[in-house]
Design a protein. Structure first.
Length: 182
């Protein structure tokens, strides 16, 4: 027999449905962005007015070669792919909340995946850095831009989200143990 829902749980479910819809919209817009990035990066003119950026280094004009365009397209696609992954897990997480499932192993799993996804942005930066390395080594003043472009916040936030998911998992296990004892 199910228990009646409290007003707080009803509010959580309502807000979660709204957020799930919002993240579905962002998911769809990210797919559109991915298509636009792929098309525009490959078709940019080499007149110096347009540029692509890899690991904080701008390439334009004659430095905007075919290989730089391809690397920028791959890096942007990977970043947008990670955004799709993050939105996917947020959609699933808020779907669980909308169903009234607040402290479950499924919630912990989705939170952990969001944290991992955030940390993967640093891996894309490493790819961008490695691909832009020839341009970076040719100019000493580029290093400040490269270092400042590292996604430290994504790495730290990802680690915090993973830590919070672990704490939630421990709390969930303790609650289940306590429910068995009572």
């Amino acid at each position: 027999m199910s228990q009646p829902e409290t007003p707080k749980l009803q509010e959580v479910k309502r807000v979660s449905r709204l957020l799930r819809g919002f993240f579905r919209f962002l998911f769809a817009m990210t797919i559109v962005s991915l298509l636009v990035v792929i098309a525009s990066t490959l078709m940019l003119p080499n007149d110096g007015a347009f540029f692509v950026e890899l690991a904080g280094i701008r390439f334009s004009g004659e430095t905007l070669t075919g290989s730089v365009r391809a690397l920028a397209t791959i890096a942007a696609s990977l970043g947008l792919g990670l955004s799709l992954k993050a939105f996917y897990h947020l959609i699933r997480l808020f779907g669980l909340y909308a169903a009234g499932q607040i402290f479950t192993s499924a919630n912990v799993r989705e939170l952990r995946q969001i944290g991992i996804t955030l940390m993967l942005y640093a891996l894309i930066w490493v790819f961008e850095f490695a691909s832009a390395l020839p341009a970076i080594t040719s100019s000493v003043d580029q290093w400040a831009q490269v270092v400042s472009s590292f996604p430290m916040l994504a790495l730290v936030c990802g680690a915090i989200v993973i830590l919070v998911s672990w704490i939630m998992d421990v709390g969930r296990e303790l609650r289940e143990d306590q429910d068995l004892v009572v």
